[in-house]
Write a protein that binds this ligand. Sequence first.
Ligand SMILES: [Cu+2]
Length: 182
Amino acid sequence: MKMTYSLWALPLFLTACGDSSDSHAHHEHEAAGGAAHGSGSAAVPANPISVVDGVTIVEMTGNDRMKFNLESFSVPAGSSVRLTFTNVGRMPKAAMGHNVVFLTAEADAAAFATAAAAARDQDYIPADFAEQIVAHTQLLGPGESDTIEFTAPEEPGDYEYLCSFPAHMYAGMRGLMTVESP
Ligand SMILES: [Cu+2]
């Protein structure tokens, strides 16, 4: 996961401080790593949504109680989104893995979840449903983190997201990304 943190930190560093080697940016990197690797207390971000240079930065977490920290958030249509997802739980990945999958407006979340549950060998991302996915993170075990970048849909509306680990959507790991007219 060290590599993931490096990838996560670099764009923030460049965005916040240009090409200077400002110690402040470095400190932020350490704080982010420390939060995920800390004592195991739920490291839920206080301000999970921010916008930097037009990019919506989303910090999402999933826990052992099968809850996301965000049940909804908004992004401007067609804008860039950088989402970092962290599994803040402690249970083993095989029993309590989490991901975040954003579905297209046309997708059927229930049908997707059913297909996903049967796709263990693909980390619960069913290949047959690729066209119904806007973006998704990796499946994460405890303490792991993944950052994805994607472009929000051009069409305003509500887009469902979910954890596709079997039964997690029905336990509450789902939400809505509202795409707003720019
Ligand atoms: Cu989950």
